[in-house]
Design a protein around this ligand. Sequence first.
Ligand SMILES: [Zn+2]
Length: 449
Amino acid sequence: MIKIKAFGGYNKIGKNMTAVYVDDDIIITDMGADVEKLVDFEGDKSFISVKDTTTLVENNVIPDDTDFFENEGKKVKAIVLTHGHLDHIWAIPFLADKYKCPVIGTPYTLKIIENQMRNVKLRSLRLVKLNTGSKYRVSDGVEVELVNITHSIPNSSIIAIHTKYGAVLYANDWKLDNTPTLGRKPDYERFEQIKAEGVHALISDSTNADQDGYTFSESIVRTMLEDVIKKTMDNKTIFITTFSSHIARIKNIIEISKKINRHVMIFGRSMDMYIRAAIDTKIIERGLIPTVAVRREQINELLKYVRERPGKYVVICTYVVICTGHQGERGAFLDKLTTGQYAYRLSSEDAVIFSSRTIPTPLNIANRDMLQKALESSGVNIADNVHVSGHGSKNDLKILLNMLKPKHYVPSHGGISKLSAGIELSKDLGYELNKTAHLLLDGQEIELA
Ligand SMILES: [Zn+2]
């Protein structure tokens, strides 16, 4: 018997958590936060500890597994993680401990959790590093495997749960990038082998299931960035904002800057955290990355230096009050810069490149508008949306379904309109609603025969 229970990530983007039942064993996949709610919650608190777990659940910041744990917690054999975005892992230090089972993920993902555990002063989780391409036996009848996939953070994977009924694949989040600028392309060979062994079900990211066509490669963004940086240059200081966990993007910006003889500075606490984790897990070389400035005095000092040398620097920083649902930062660098909180006034001598996209929630739009007005009034040169998504589009999803030929398809990560778009496109491939394609919402469960 295979049963899927949705805790989070099906009604809206964020707070991902799913339980996969294989007879009497249960595997939990992902345990994340609703990042929008997390930002609100963090705004009221200077420090979140594991003691806050109940409040986090009550405020819908993390999934509510209270009844599930009480009734079926003992059956949980492993918690397996796809990648290190906060809407997939942030709840781990708060919810995972009580299950007394291994927490399995790739080295980069676990390094981020280790950092987070230190922040909430938790020591006791059993973290099991599993490289992509490797398997781990969690019970007599179940093995889990992480298969290499591309996304917008290093070391991302699709989880394959191998059972006597065939494999259950949990694919949250992914894109098919055949020319990635960091890491390897998706492990198509392994997907073919798993298909040959039989795929019972595929649970898949639907974030862009309503977008026609394909999602472009990160190598395209690299070309776009190089072009925009060169066009913008003149004698301007360039500020580039991007996602702090997007290590490939950051690496590309540094390499492009070096090519055009610009020095690079990186600002921001979250930049520091994700970059350090990437260095520690040997994803990038220490020598490539300049030290990340975190403290205000340090940033002010460096900004003074930049101000005195116009046209010599590229500054990588975060803006994004709330962005893609996997990263929220209130009062990030660019926000503070435009509101006069640093010793640097933006002017027509500067350029700002947004290597990111604002997800159109009302709050994001309002914040972005405010920032835009502030930037325009300072006369700064602006380039927006130098970016491609980390999520596969409609045609990519069709490729994945064709490649894996799952018996059952369950769209996840999106919200009802995105999940419906997934169901709709699967019809072209012969899937039928309620027979082989299933609409599952948070709190619901479904047995897949
Ligand atoms: Zn993600």
